[in-house]
Structure formats: C-alpha cells, structure tokens
Design a binder for this molecule. Structure first.
Ligand SMILES: Nc1nc2c(ncn2[C@@H]2O[C@H](COP(=O)(O)OP(=O)(O)OP(=O)(O)O)[C@@H](O)[C@H]2O)c(=O)[nH]1
Ligand SMILES: [Mg+2]
Ligand SMILES: [Zn+2]
Length: 347
C-alpha cells in the first residue's frame, strides 16, 4: 500500500481491531454518485449514500482521501484525518466550499509560457498552499512555443524568494527531469491550472502512456477547452501519484488562513507603516505604500493582487463565521425543542 501513499500518519489512526480487520483504501476518482477506491485487493467503485450528502463538503470523501471500508469492501465507514487539503469557494457561489484534493504533498501550479501566462493567477494559486503543508512548484509549459521563456522564469522568481520554478515542454520527456524529485514513492502531486495549459499532457508524458485525453482545439469562446472533466489519480513509474483535474476558470480563495500574509509579508509590513490605520492607499497623506510604488520599488500589479486576494480572504472568513453562527443557532434550537419535549413527557 506504500505505492498508494500509505504512511505512518494514516496507519496510526487505526484502532488495534482495525489494524487486523480494517480495509483502508484511497480515493482515486470522484464521480457524480460515488468514488473509485484503490485498496490492497484491487480497485472498485463505491456509491456514496445519502448520509454523506447531509454532511458539509469538507466531511465528504474527496480525491486523495484515505477511507476505511467495511470488511466486504462495499461501503465507506469513515474518512481518515487528512495530511493536507486543497479547497476553494465553489465556482458560481459566494461561500460554498469545494474540496479540490486531500493528502497532497506537492502542488504543480501549471501555467503555459504563451497567452495563459499571468503572474496574478500564479499568486492566486500559491495562496492555496502557503499554509505550509504542501510544497508549491510552478511549472511553466510550452517553453518550445516562445522565444525567451527564461524571462518568464525570472518574473515568477520575483513573486517570492525561494519559489521553485520548472520550465518544460510537456510533450518532451527530457525537459521533465527536474520534476522527478517530487514524484518519488508514495508522493502525491496535484496539477492545478487553467484549461489548455498542458496538465493532462504532463500526465501522459510522466506516466509514459496516453491515459488522459488532451486537445488542441482553440479556445474560441474564451471559456477554455475543458477537455478533462473529472479528477483522477495516476500512478507514476517513479512511484508517485499524479492528480489530473479539469482546468479552472475561477479560483476564488476559501479560508486560506494566513496564506495571503505569507505571500505578501513585505506589503503587509508597508501597510502597517501608513499614517492612518484605515488608509485606502489612494490620496491619504503619509501613505507608505504609495510612496514605495512611486519610487519604483513595488510593482503596482503586485499590490493590486494583494488587495484583491486579501479582500477575498476576509470575505471568506466572514461567510464561514456566519455559517458557523447559523449552525450553532440551529443546534441551540434543536436542544431547546428536545428539552421542552422532555419536560412535556415528565408532566
Ligand atoms: N508545444 C507544446 N504543446 C503543448 C505543451 N503542453 C501541452 N501542449 C498542447 O496543448 C494542448 C492542451 O493540452 P492539455 O494537456 O489537453 O491541457 P489541459 O491543461 O489538460 O486542459 P484541460 O483538460 O482542458 O484543463 C494539447 O494540444 C497539447 O498537446 C507544451 O509544453 N508544448
Ligand atoms: Mg486535461
Ligand atoms: Zn496607505
């Protein structure tokens, strides 16, 4: 099971009895009505019954999760505690959380060197992982299609000191050597990026087989090609597991904790030096940020990206607090109803 990413972190979550009879498995695919689980005995589809859909999205199995199956292997008994989780606000909603993957060790943020290249988008992806439990690696594909791809690498490096960037041609295996260190035995790697950047092409080249459909159809309506429509985990010859996902049109950040502060710690430091604590960094006297931008020491694009992501993070935190308050209120009402009915019965 080591090849599926089974490590002591999960083993330790088994009771003595479960150690002998329990059947742990890993969620390799998520479909509309169920999941595909790989376990010591093979792989099988397991439907998800209604009880799972009464739970919050975060309590339901997602791709990469470890689950405990019943002894027949027909049902999921429970989820294992996660090592890490990637989530966003579900596209088209304001506060509904959607899990993208669980138990990921490394995230390949995939962007192509051609039209898709966009620094603010890379920053947005980075905020998903900077809480420390997942290693981000920026993968720039289609290096063969531009004249001076090295310039783009330099720009990405400026986003954050120590950021790892790999420049590749996803169709050419020899350019992917640098990715090998992340792909060893039991390692789980997630591929995230817009449609058409070459995520599935990377899966095919790294696994050495045409497991995923790829498409060169031009993006004529601006909505992307969306060739891949579901998430799936693939075993690599190097021993790792690679997760392919549909391209994302929208990545609204969820409760990412302090990731925005981590990515933009220099800007937060500047903001704290503005004369007014509620400075909007526009016309206020004593604005430390504007002074630095005007001096050419801070990229205005980067500052705007910070403002935008920070607003989203605050908004996400507020919606989550509201949701919790609502459910607390609800359980209070339930408790009241129960205690009242107890009283009635006693009289
Ligand atoms: N020249 C070149 N073409 C590439 C490279 N990477 C991907 N492509 C091509 O780009 C097109 C889109 O690649 P896909 O792998 O389908 O893109 P994707 O990210 O999986 O897209 P979705 O599944 O829609 O999210 C295909 O025609 C690939 O052959 C590259 O590094 N160089
Ligand atoms: Mg794809
Ligand atoms: Zn200011």
């Amino acid at each position: 099971m080591i090849e599926l990413g089974w490590v002591p972190f999960f083993q330790q979550q088994l009771t003595l009895e479960e150690l002998e009879t329990g059947l742990p498995g890993r969620v390799m695919g998520v479909e509309r009505s169920g999941v595909t689980v790989a376990y010591a005995g093979g792989e099988r589809q397991i439907p998800l019954g209604g009880r799972w859909f009464q739970l919050d999205a975060e309590a339901r199995p997602t791709i990469g999760d470890w689950v405990l199956l019943n002894t027949e292997g027909t049902q999921i008994e429970r989820l294992f505690e996660r090592k890490s989780v990637l989530k966003r606000v579900r596209a088209g909603t304001t506060s509904e959380i959607q899990l993208l993957a669980a138990n990921v060790d490394t995230m390949f943020v995939v962007t192509s060197c051609d039209e898709d290249f966009n620094l603010s988008r890379i920053e947005r992806y980075l905020t998903l992982v900077l809480d420390g439990s997942i290693q981000p690696v920026v993968v720039l594909t289609k290096r063969d299609l531009v004249e001076t791809p090295e310039q783009l690498v330099d720009q990405v490096h400026e986003l954050r000191t120590g950021l790892i960037v790999e420049l590749v041609n996803a169709l050419d295996r020899s350019t992917l050597e640098g990715l090998n260190v992340w792909c060893g035995q039991g390692q789980t790697i997630a591929l995230l990026g817009s449609s058409g950047v070459g995520k599935s092409t990377l899966v095919n080249t790294l696994t050495g087989s045409q497991v995923q459909i790829t498409s060169s159809v031009r993006d004529s309506d601006g909505k992307g090609r969306h060739t891949t429509t579901s998430r799936s985990l693939h075993l690599l010859p190097q021993g790792g597991l690679l997760l392919d996902s549909p391209g994302m049109r929208e990545l609204q950040i969820a409760d990412v904790g302090s990731s925005v502060s981590v990515l933009f710690n220099d800007i937060e430091e500047l903001v704290s030096r503005c004369r007014f604590s509620n400075c909007a960094h526009e016309q206020e006297p004593g604005c430390a940020v504007r002074a630095v931008i005007e001096a050419g020491d801070l990229d205005a694009r980067r500052f705007n990206s910070y403002l935008k992501l920070n607003r989203e993070e605050v908004h996400a935190a507020e919606s989550i607090a509201e949701r919790h308050a609502r459910s607390r209120n609800f359980s209070k009402q339930v408790r009241q109803v129960i205690s009242q009915s107890h009283k009635k019965h006693r009289h």
